[in-house]
Design a protein around this ligand. Sequence first.
Ligand code: SIN
Length: 287
Amino acid sequence: MQIRPISPLFGAEIVEVDLSGKLDDATFTAIEAAYSKYSVLLFRDQKMTDEQHVDFSRRLGELEVHVLREFSKPQHPEVYVLSNIVENGKPIGIKDAGSYWHTDLSYTKSPSRGSILYAIEVPHAADGTPLGDTEFASTAAAYDSLSEEMKTKLQSLKAVHRFWDRYINSRKAAGSEVVISDERRAGLPDVIQPVIRTHSVTGRKSIYVNEGFTVSIVGMSDSESRALLEELYAHCTQAKFRYRHKWRVGDVVMWDNCTTVHRLNVDFALPQRRLMQRTTLVGSEVQ
Ligand code: SIN
């Protein structure tokens, strides 16, 4: 197995590993170490069944079943389908799982540790250029580059994270109204997370607010909170902290939801088909 960095600050390609088989302990341990070190790992040319996707993911930890169960595979509810394909009048997956900068499940008390996304169909432009890239930004590198004064200021702050507003607004923007029952809403109440979090394995600190799901900073006026959040989003997503992934069929990309944010570029539409599937690792309470 070889490890090749894919961008200057984070991200690496793991070469010569077949995720569909049972990995020996040494290889698996090396992958886990690379995951902690690089935050984003790429495996090219994979061919996995749903079961193999789940088996590899489960070896890393317990798996989430996404709150939007309608997009999970009935036989494998841990597999969440991301797609713009419609079959028999019904979407086979969620069309846009995040075209805004976000980190998965930050709106839950114990947000996901990481996500493992597998590309099955990738849209292309007429000239063959792949579309639907996913961009990542290192919120750990962004933290490291803050001034000491800013680090101290942010350390004691907390922020509110919320899911439903974002989901309803994205659906509205895509032209479809959704009504969420009070019961469903109550099942996923607002959560409060520290603005600076510490990685449970490496101890590395990162900035933990995101455009997708953070709604305010606790104890600040609306305008003060908005201004600080906008400043932090802009800081975290500067070009120097980013890696943009151009997908190929068979790519598996796994990322760390503590040290990165990501977003999908929606620059494609049917008949350009995109089909991806994701497993999502359970995490622990944010420290
Ligand atoms: C995600 O936000 O989990 C997926 C991003 C993508 O569809 O590329």
